[in-house]
Write a new protein. Structure first.
Length: 150
């Protein structure tokens, strides 16, 4: 039986300073350097042209415990996802808009969050949350759950 890999709650990773210095796709394409200036983050720079395709099948969901399990189509690897925003962005690409640009996925998640929690209090809060979403999306891509079309 294959070992289960995971995407932890990304906010917990941010709080405990466990975000990797580099996030790459399975084919070694640099996606993000979260601690570097924006120009070192290809996922952000290319947000209007890079497209995302689903590369997973849901296996199970335990909403009460915020634990979702998916199987990567290309590798058959099982991934536990403990981040609700990651699951929401994955579902958007799989169910609503396969082939969405990175920007469309991030915008959709921002709109969903605002509809559930209200407007962000200021630009700093919006910017921090947007960066969190980019890091989360980069981690999802790095595990192979979403395929990147450049």
């Amino acid at each position: 039986m294959k070992e289960t890999n995971s995407i932890p709650n990304v906010l917990d990773m941010v709080k405990s300073n466990e975000i990797p210095t580099e996030i790459r796709s399975p084919d070694a394409t640099l996606l993000m350097e979260p601690y570097s200036p924006l120009e070192n983050n290809p996922l952000i720079i290319n947000r209007k042209v890079w497209r995302l395709l689903p590369n997973y099948m849901p296996v199970s969901s335990d909403i009460q415990n915020n634990l979702h399990v998916a199987k990567v189509n290309s590798t058959r690897e099982t991934i536990e996802i403990k981040d609700s925003e990651a699951v929401s962005m994955m579902a958007y690409v799989r169910l609503v808009h396969p082939g969405a640009t990175v920007e469309e996925v991030i915008r959709s998640e921002l709109e969903r969050t605002e509809s559930e929690t209200g407007k962000f209090k200021d630009d700093d809060e919006l910017g921090a949350y947007t960066m969190y979403l980019y890091i989360t999306l980069a981690l999802v891509i790095s595990k192979g759950l979403l395929s990147l079309e450049r």
